[in-house]
Design a protein around this ligand. Structure first.
Ligand SMILES: NC(=O)C1=CN([C@@H]2O[C@H](COP(=O)(O)OP(=O)(O)OC[C@H]3O[C@@H](n4cnc5c(N)ncnc54)[C@H](OP(=O)(O)O)[C@@H]3O)[C@@H](O)[C@H]2O)C=CC1
Ligand SMILES: O=C(O)[C@@H]1CCC=N1
Length: 268
């Protein structure tokens, strides 16, 4: 099903990241994708960034030919959009949802069949560095699983998980890019406070986050060990780490992930 045609319903932040990533990785070609989104801003964005990708304001008869429907609308709109798909297609099509908190069971109920997949991607998919997890409904085929796994593997890492783990994935990697952007912004502010020009501070902050993540992933060493390697006895780093411990950085991050995961459960 690699050449499957896909109707993406919702061409906002995450629709852009996923489709942009799939096009950049070569997994999909523009003619395989149609975006459905009523927003004029969205239409303008797609026309300027990906003019060869099809774009419609609403689902229509032509869309019934597609192999896959990918729901990238806000969670509260999923029941309505799933029901629209159910009214449009006269046979079982693969329906994929990326909506936070919306369960496979809810999807099945509104789509009217069980060939569904739930995905939690994240925005770095746009640059081929996403982190995604998915779980599958009882009617999804092996071919469906291979398709979603290959699509997501082309734009980052992918893991198949139990549905009970999806809220935790949302709290960690789904919402995570926002936490890390906050960290990068704050580190850059610190650099500016210490006298660096803004642009240099931003570059140093972002590269430090990226380089450290790369080192953790490629070395296989525990982050605590890599942290210890930076902190010289009586030096600058250990003095700064003391401040972060006093201010509760670890607890703040742990609580942030837990709170996002809980919120994901509430959205469903
Ligand atoms: N942003 C993220 O980092 C992540 C988001 N998600 C999930 O992805 C989904 C989309 O989030 P995100 O991309 O951030 O949201 P956005 O608001 O950026 O995008 C949603 C788009 O869908 C449009 N839309 C509204 N109603 C319809 C409709 N009936 N049919 C088609 N399109 C419609 C919206 O238009 P308008 O603006 O006019 O309403 C908007 O352009 C959510 O369910 C979220 O939980 C999952 C992982 C990460
Ligand atoms: O904030 C949200 O609800 C979505 C889900 C994960 C990331 N963004």
């Amino acid at each position: 099903m690699k050449k499957a045609t896909v109707v993406v319903i919702g061409g906002g932040q995450m629709g852009r990241a996923l489709v942009g990533g799939m096009l950049a990785s070569g997994f999909a070609a523009a003619e395989q994708i149609t975006i459905v989104d009523p927003s004029p801003d969205s239409r303008q964005w797609w026309a300027s960034q990906h003019p060869t990708v099809g774009f419609r304001d609403r689902l229509g008869g032509d869309d019934a030919q597609a192999d896959i429907f990918l729901l990238a609308v806000k969670p509260h709109l999923v029941p309505q959009v799933a029901a629209e798909i159910a009214g449009l297609v006269d046979q079982t099509k693969l329906v994929i949802s990326i909506a936070a908190g919306v369960s496979l069971q809810t999807l099945c109920e509104h789509v009217g069949h069980e060939r569904v997949i739930r995905v939690m991607p994240n925005t770095p998919s746009l640059v081929g560095a996403g982190a995604s997890a998915f779980c599958v409904g009882p009617g999804a085929t092996e071919e469906d699983c291979r398709w979603i796994e290959q699509a997501l593997a082309g734009i980052g890492t992918v893991a198949r998980v139990a549905e009970s783990q999806m809220d935790a994935v949302t709290g960690l990697s789904g919402s995570g890019p926002a936490y890390i952007c906050l960290v990068i912004e704050a580190l850059a502010d610190g650099g500016v406070l210490a006298g660096l020009p803004r642009q240099l501070a931003m570059t140093l902050a972002a590269q430090t986050v990226m380089g450290t993540a790369k080192m953790v992933m490629e070395s296989g060493r525990h982050p605590g060990e890599l942290k210890d390697a930076v902190a010289s006895p009586g030096g600058t780093t250990i003095a700064a780490l003391k401040v972060l411990e006093e201010r509760g950085l670890r607890a703040a991050l742990i609580n942030a992930v837990e709170t996002s995961a809980r919120r994901s459960g509430e959205l469903g």
